[in-house]
Design a binder for this molecule. Structure first.
Ligand code: SF4
Length: 227
C-alpha cells in the first residue's frame, strides 16, 4: 500500500462512526396483533457529531443479498410519525445533530414520507445535516433531483463498480442500470450544485479486490467529471 493510500485510509478510519447503541422500535397496525420492527442506530463521530440512522420501512422489498434487512420479510412503509419517533427517541438519550436515512428500507420508495419525517421542526438536524441514501430507485431519485429544494444530502449505495456484479448483489440494478443511476446523480450535481456521497461496503471475496475498488473509484470519477 502506498503512503498516500495509507494516509487516505487512516483519515477514513478516523472519521468512522462509533455506534453508540441500537434500539428497535415496534409499531402496530390498527387491530393487528403482529408487531412490525424498525431499527435505529445512534452514532457518534470522533469530531463530536451525533448522528441517528433511521429506517424508512419495516423490512425492504429490494432484497440486496448482503443486507440482513433485504432477507427479512417486507412488512410495510413506515409513516412520517414513525420516522420522527426514531429521532425523538434518540434525542431523549442525547442531543442529535445529524440524521441519515441509511437504516432499514429504501427511502426513495417513500420519498414524500421521508421528507415529512425529515422536515419536522426542532429535531436538531437541519436539512443540510440530513442525508438520504439510495441504492438507485430511479422514480424516487428523479423526483428527488427535480423536486427537493431543501439542501438535503444525497448518498448513493454503489457497492459494485459495474452492472454484472451489481446486479448479482443488488437486484434493483437489473431494473435501473448503473449508468442511468450515475447520470441522474450527475444531473443532481449540475442542477443543485451539491456533492453526491458514495457508499461502498467491502465484501470479502465479492467486491473488495483492489481491482474492483479502483474500478469503482474510476466509475465515480468518470461519472462526475465527463461533460
Ligand atoms: S435497499 Fe438498502 S435496506 Fe433494502 S435490501 Fe438493499 S441495502 Fe438493504
Amino acid at each position: 500500500m502506498h503512503r498516500g493510500e495509507r494516509r487516505e485510509r487512516h483519515a477514513l478510519l478516523e472519521q468512522r462512526p462509533r455506534p453508540r447503541g441500537r434500539f428497535v422500535i415496534s409499531a402496530y397496525d390498527d387491530g393487528a396483533a403482529r408487531g412490525l420492527h424498525s431499527h435505529t442506530w445512534r452514532m457518534r463521530l470522533r469530531d463530536g457529531r451525533r448522528s441517528v440512522c433511521v429506517s424508512s420501512q419495516s423490512g425492504c422489498p429490494l432484497t440486496c443479498t448482503f443486507c440482513a434487512t433485504g432477507q427479512m420479510q417486507f412488512r410495510r412503509n413506515l409513516t412520517a410519525w414513525e420516522i420522527l419517533d426514531q429521532v425523538l427517541h434518540s434525542k431523549r438519550i442525547e442531543p442529535v445533530d445529524h440524521v441519515v436515512f441509511m437504516g432499514m428500507g429504501e427511502p426513495m420508495l417513500t420519498l414524500t414520507t421521508c421528507r415529512c419525517g425529515a422536515a419536522a421542526p426542532d429535531l436538531g438536524a437541519t436539512p443540510r445535516r440530513t442525508t438520504i441514501s439510495t441504492v438507485g430507485w430511479m422514480p424516487g431519485l428523479t423526483r428527488f433531483v427535480d423536486e427537493v429544494d431543501e439542501p438535503i444530502r444525497l448518498a448513493l449505495s454503489l457497492h459494485a463498480p459495474a452492472d454484472a456484479l451489481r446486479s448479482e448483489i443488488m437486484p434493483v440494478n437489473d431494473r435501473y442500470p448503473l449508468d442511468d443511476v450515475l447520470a441522474e446523480c450527475r444531473r443532481y450535481f449540475e442542477l443543485r450544485g451539491r456533492k453526491v456521497f458514495v457508499e461502498y461496503v467491502m465484501l470479502e471475496g465479492v467486491n473488495r479486490q483492489r481491482r474492483a475498488c479502483r474500478r469503482a473509484r474510476r466509475t465515480c470519477w468518470i461519472a462526475t467529471s465527463s461533460r
